[in-house]
Design a protein. Structure first.
Length: 327
């Protein structure tokens, strides 16, 4: 989108840059701002604090593109532990009682879970094989069903868009407790929004965070924003409990106006934001009676996630660069 964003995403792939970012203590406070901790325990602690503030959570175990089946199986084991630990949390039960988490929206009467998880198909082993990744994904869904929980597939770089859509199409038939993410920067996204509406699959709409070629994605930020608003409105009207995932206050205000004009029930959708970003906005939306969910990442494989966050706001990098020059 912006030159700064592309530059940072490209620079982040260079080995010397990786070494500096991973090791320099100057990055630590910024890493801490975006990542809830290295362990599940730390992530659950951060989640409980959010629940107390009336905010739902989706937990993300950081990591993508496994290099062997063993790595993917280890990631699956962590997903299973996350689900079983969530099921034990008293604060989750308490949140459900307090908020009466039942949407009255036209399409679903399912419980909207206070603490669900987001996973990546490349972490389930998609690069090792579609069937292998599908089995791992299905195993995670089976565990989630035991506690009526929900598992969302994050959307990754565009080479995975169609494989992800194909996987969701197959798996959702016998697993209603899953859904995915769609990215407005992709030219194909109007079609994908129509598809998930037809499937009535729960979908999170984002602008898109990866470095994509001009052949597949808008480079111009205003075009991405325009597509985002158009697609969010369709999901709000006809989607199944859509997640409007953005920190863009202007867009949020426009969608709040739309929802009010169309008398769309606040309980039929949720706003989502990333951990560490616009906490003020998260809280004001909760006060206004909107459902808000925060994406809480944890784990030591934070580098790719972290650099995508830096790229979204080049001012973050400038701040660190100045500190490095001074120090
Ligand atoms: P935009 O980037 O235009 O930012 C709008 C404003 O938000 C900025 O002006 C600033 O105030 C604030 N802001 C945004 N990012 C910031 C940052 N890093 N630091 C400080 N302030 C910041 N992407 C993807 O490709 N696949 C996925 O599965 C997901 N999943 C996902 C889940 C959730 C819950 C969210 C909120 C986002 C994602 N994303 C994602 C990321 C998404 O694609 C996008 O890159 C970011 O949300 C940033 O875009 P905004 O919509 O916030 O707008």
């Amino acid at each position: 989108m912006s030159l700064g964003r592309n530059f940072i995403l490209r620079a982040a792939t260079l080995k010397p840059v990786q070494a500096i970012v991973r090791k320099s203590f100057l990055f630590r406070p910024v890493v801490k701002r975006f990542i809830a901790g290295d362990t599940l325990e730390e992530a659950l602690k951060a989640s409980e604090e959010l629940l107390q503030r009336g905010i739902r959570i989706t937990l993300d175990y950081l990591g993508e593109n496994t290099h062997s089946e063993a790595e993917a199986l280890a990631a699956k084991a962590t997903y299973l532990t996350m689900l079983s630990e969530i099921a034990k949390l008293e604060s989750v039960q308490e949140f459900s009682r307090r908020t009466k988490s039942y949407p009255t929206g036209k399409l679903t009467s399912a419980v909207i879970e206070p603490l669900n998880i987001s996973i990546k198909l490349t972490q389930c082993g998609l690069d090792q094989g579609t069937d292998f990744a599908e089995q791992n994904y299905r195993d995670v869904l089976t565990e989630a069903m035991k506690s009526s929980n929900f598992v969302r597939i994050d959307m990754e770089a565009s080479e995975y868009t169609q494989p992800t859509m194909d996987m969701i199409e197959r798996v959702r038939m016998d697993n209603p407790n899953t859904g995915t993410v769609l990215q407005s920067y992709l030219y194909r996204n109007d079609g994908d929004v129509a598809t998930v509406i037809q499937w009535q699959a729960r979908t999170r709409l984002v602008k898109g965070a990866y470095l994509e070629p001009e052949a597949v994605a808008y480079k111009d930020k205003s075009k991405v924003d325009e597509a985002y608003v158009r697609q969010a409105k369709l999901l709000l009207l006809d989607g199944n409990y859509p997640a409007i995932a953005t920190q863009d206050e202007k867009i949020i205000n426009e969608l709040k106006k739309f929802v009010s004009e169309r008398s769309i029930d606040k309980s039929g959708f949720e706003f989502q934001m990333l951990y560490g970003i616009r906490r003020d906005l998260q809280e004001s939306l909760v006060r206004e009676g909107f459902n808000v969910r925060v994406y809480v990442p944890f784990g030591d494989a934070w580098y790719p996630y972290f650099t995508r966050r830096l790229a979204e706001r080049p001012a973050n990098v400038m701040f660190i660069a100045k500190a490095m020059l001074k120090g």
